[in-house]
Design a protein around this ligand. Structure first.
Ligand SMILES: NC(=O)c1ccc[n+]([C@@H]2O[C@H](COP(=O)([O-])OP(=O)(O)OC[C@H]3O[C@@H](n4cnc5c(N)ncnc54)[C@H](OP(=O)(O)O)[C@@H]3O)[C@@H](O)[C@H]2O)c1
Length: 329
């Protein structure tokens, strides 16, 4: 098939691109950087240098590529997010999710695309209801003002993708990415903070995280190409509270045990957003992705996945010969 990927050079795009071309798809991949064109070519795809906000140029590129499927993996996230300034950290990503998605969809429609698959997240479900959250449950639309705009941007992205006439829309609500190129890599920002004992557990630590290895997320995305459109949580089998997984992670790193902070002090250190994620957020269920997409994560639990990812990153750093795009298992 002819496929257009926006966000081909990001954490998941890097895994996705070579797998799509190896599977025989004709892929056009977008980047804003001339320097990344060669990496895209090496992964077997055709590069297009374009900013998603350059509406005319994007439409022209899309009409030339004539994709049957558009995959939207655009974010613009800093490697490290200060939870006290989360609105600022996600401002660019909010714009990509709202305005960027609309521009991409408009270009896709002009090119006669029939299917649009977009990245969303599995960690903005409202903190009520059964555990773990299923796809038919509400997002946290009445989240506190500190991060309400972030949830609204995710909601708007999903609405555009699922409600554009003539387009089969698929939303992949990925869990927290880990693996090479993410904050949880050997040299990732989160890992460094855990090593320095700067990542405390706040309050009861009951906030439940659903993780997914970027490689598993890429495989689920490929399965979505030909399967029923709709919303899918792409998360591992074992949602876990931070009071459980963070000490395990520190052990794997031979790092000191994480500190515990009472909620009040945690609020000063991590803001309302940080406290919410550490005490209230819900994990998500992958039942639908398994049943409908036939997805079987290679790392069903973060327990094995974290360890494998750390081994891979260590190996990579020492080998020091892996291109930014050509990441493979
Ligand atoms: N579910 C999750 O946990 C999740 C999801 C996403 C990201 N993250 C984390 O966030 C961190 C950064 O993510 P990332 O490495 O994917 O990088 P990123 O900086 O967020 O960029 C992602 C992709 O979006 C493209 N992009 C951004 N703005 C664009 C624009 N205006 N026009 C066209 N393309 C644009 C980038 O392309 P170019 O830069 O090549 O132009 C890149 O391919 C990582 O630690 C990652 O794990 C986590």
């Amino acid at each position: 098939m002819k496929i257009f990927i926006a966000g081909a050079t990001g954490a998941i795009g890097r895994y996705l691109l070579p797998r799509l071309t190896e599977a025989g798809h004709e892929v056009t991949a977008m980047t804003r950087s001339q320097n990344r064109m060669e990496q895209i070519r090496q992964a077997g795809a055709k590069p297009v240098v374009c900013d998603v906000f350059d509406r005319d140029h994007l439409k022209q590129a899309m009409v030339t590529a004539q994709p049957e499927i558009v995959i939207h993996q655009l974010t613009n996230l800093p490697q490290q997010i200060d939870p006290r300034r989360v609105e600022q950290a996600l401002a660019q990503t909010n714009r990509l999710r709202t305005e960027g998605t609309e521009i991409l969809m408009e270009a896709a429609k002009a090119a006669g695309t029939r299917r649009f698959i977009a990245q969303s997240v599995a960690f903005y479900y409202a903190p009520t209801g059964s555990l773990p959250a299923t796809e038919d449950e509400q997002l946290y639309k009445n989240a506190p003002a500190d991060f309400a705009n972030i949830v609204h941007a995710v909601d708007q992205l999903e609405h555009t993708v699922l409600n554009t006439p003539g387009i089969d829309g698929t939303i992949l609500r990925y869990g927290y990415f880990y693996g090479p190129g993410t904050a949880y890599a050997e040299d990732g920002s989160f890992t460094q903070e855990v090593r320095r004992r700067r990542m405390p557990i706040i309050g009861n630590g009951n906030g439940v995280f659903s993780f997914v290895h970027v490689e598993d997320a890429a495989i689920a995305t490929i399965l979505a190409l030909n399967n029923k459109p709709g919303i899918y949580n792409i998360v591992d089998d074992e949602p876990a509270p931070i009071r459980e997984w963070l000490p395990s992670y520190a052990d794997m790193l031979n790092a000191p045990r994480p500190m515990r902070l009472p909620k009040l002090i945690g609020r000063l250190a991590a803001g309302r957003f940080g406290v919410y994620f550490m005490t209230e957020q819900r994990g998500a269920s992958n039942k639908k992705a398994k049943e409908v997409l036939g997805w079987r994560p290679r790392y069903p639990s973060w327990r094995d996945g974290f360890r494998a990812a750390l081994d891979t990153s260590t190996h990579r750093s020492s080998a020091n010969n892996v291109s930014a795009i050509g990441v493979s298992s």
